[in-house]
Design a protein. Sequence first.
Length: 165
Amino acid sequence: MKAKKFVQLVLVSIVLAACVSTSIPRVSASELKVGGGGQYSTISAAVKAANPGDTILVSPGTYVENVVANKPLKIVSTNGAQATVAKASDASKDVFLLGSTDITIQGFTITGGNMGVAFGQISNCILTKCVVNGNVFGVYLAGATSNLVSNNNLNGNGFGIYMDG
């Protein structure tokens, strides 16, 4: 008798677990578009609206702002570094400040800041296919581990890559 009730309890638990798992909505990454008729006029506005794991596609143009990326995102130029410029609005700050793991910055000219791209005690971030020039520090890594900086042009900065800690 006890074994039969135990089997029934297990079966009911399995059925309930199956019902709950199918009722949970599946979340997938979205693409947010900046400039060129996209939903956002600035990279910062798209970063603020994005959910972790989203991709921000940036149309050609010059974006004068200091971008703080504080969640896992991909921020990608649609036409490459020659066509898409991120220029600091405040030259005493970073053009891109990466404050989370798993951020990708790809295909920009990054200019006019104290630091072009600052990696602050984070990991698993990628900076690729960018032209980083006209900054005091092109790329600044402070206590950052397991990041990838590849396929970039870092000429024309006070320091190309500066590593601290």
